[in-house]
Design a protein around this ligand. Structure first.
Ligand code: HEC
Length: 326
């Protein structure tokens, strides 16, 4: 790659972006409708959130994700790719207008359909109008939490105290039990250097992770505090196993086939604090079931079947809970 990539770095601050009031002019480019569809076809394969392809983890090229507004604003490993109102100072526009044989030209020659002249013009116009995403947010995975949502210090302190209490009387997991879990495809690590509590995920083989594989974690039941089953092939059956992890505090079920029925098993998880239901079939009745988990703090149910009414009901039952459904 060439070395002039950093040159626009300092120009596009978020403050600069915020000051660009969206003048809803007629003829303004609509990112979601006019740009994202072709970017999704021609760019996002290589520039998406980490995901699995044929059992292999795929990271976004140049650490650049083009599948979410926050990520496009964040830029690549080299910094910002957009300077609002200045396409000529925007790396994004630069790489799509380089000669197709240039090493930096996007999409790389032969790897995806080239952008048409009209598509390039749309990107140029969109940047020059202020790089406005409208209401489009895209894939929320990895989006940093709002730093103003809660005092950070309290959260940390609370967090440390919570896990200290949780590990009381817990023995480190046996080598044998960890071996069995790994044989089932799980990645197992302790939540901190000295803790006997474990974090488990199946990120190196999400599609191979089934209800049976989750059942292989039972010998670790006393130790598991966090488990990521997102995008795996599990069904409600796996949640009967998960319900036997008495110290489970974080549970990620995003984009799985679980339903309201499976959620019923979770009421046994009295330590559960955070639950991710993004992109599942879970609806309001599932949310209602959660009202009995008093320590619950966050429920992420974006693109599930849950509605505003269901979220409000849960908040009424558990005033401290944060429910995200949009
Ligand atoms: C086949 C995979 C692939 C596709 C498709 C692809 N890219 Fe890339 N992109 C890359 C790679 C690889 C790099 C990094 C090159 C390097 O660092 O040597 C990159 C880098 C970039 C960068 C530069 C980041 C920087 O800071 O220099 C931008 C911007 C970019 N791509 C935008 C796009 C856009 C827009 C599209 C669609 C029109 C696209 N890419 C399609 C693989 C791809």
């Amino acid at each position: 790659m060439t070395s002039f990539k950093l040159r626009f770095h300092h120009l596009a601050t978020l403050a600069g972006l915020a000051s660009l009031a969206p003048l809803a002019l007629h003829g303004e480019v609509n990112f979601e409708k006019q740009i994202f569809p072709f970017m999704q076809k021609k760019c996002v394969d290589c520039h998406a959130a980490p995901h699995e392809v044929n059992g292999k983890k795929k990271e976004p090229k140049a650490e650049l994700r083009l599948d979410a507004a926050f990520a496009i604003l964040k830029g690549s490993k080299n910094g910002k790719i957009i300077t609002p109102k200045a396409s000529d100072k925007s790396r994004l526009y630069e790489v799509i207008t380089l000669p197709e044989d240039d090493d930096d030209a996007m999409p790389p020659k032969g790897k995806a359909d080239a952008l048409t002249a009209a598509e390039k013009t749309l990107i140029k116009q969109w940047i020059d109008e202020g790089a406005n995403f409208g209401t489009w947010e895209g894939n929320p995975v990895g989006k940093p939490a709002d730093p103003n949502a809660r005092p950070v210090v309290d959260v940390k302190r609370e967090h440390i105290d919570f896990y200290k209490a949780l590990e009381q009387g817990v023995k480190p997991a046996s080598e044998d039990a960890i071996k069995k879990a790994k044989a089932a495809g799980a990645q197992v690590s302790t939540i901190s250097v000295t803790s006997p509590l474990l974090r488990v995920d199946f990120l190196t083989g999400v599609s191979a992770c089934t209800d049976e594989k989750v059942a292989a974690l039972l010998p670790l039941a006393e130790n598991i505090a966090q488990i990521d089953l997102g995008r795996t092939a599990i069904t409600d059956g796996a949640l009967a196993t998960v319900a036997k992890f008495p110290r489970l505090a974080r549970l990620d079920l995003r984009q799985t086939k679980i339903t309201d029925k499976g959620i019923q098993s979770l009421t046994k998880l009295t330590k559960l604090q955070s639950l991710n239901l993004y992109g599942t079939e879970v609806g309001d009745s599932g949310l209602a079931t959660l009202a009995s988990i008093k320590g619950l703090k966050t429920v992420y149910a974006w693109q599930s079947k849950a509605t505003d009414a269901g979220a409000s009901k849960l908040k009424a039952a558990l005033p401290k809970v944060e429910v995200t459904i949009k």
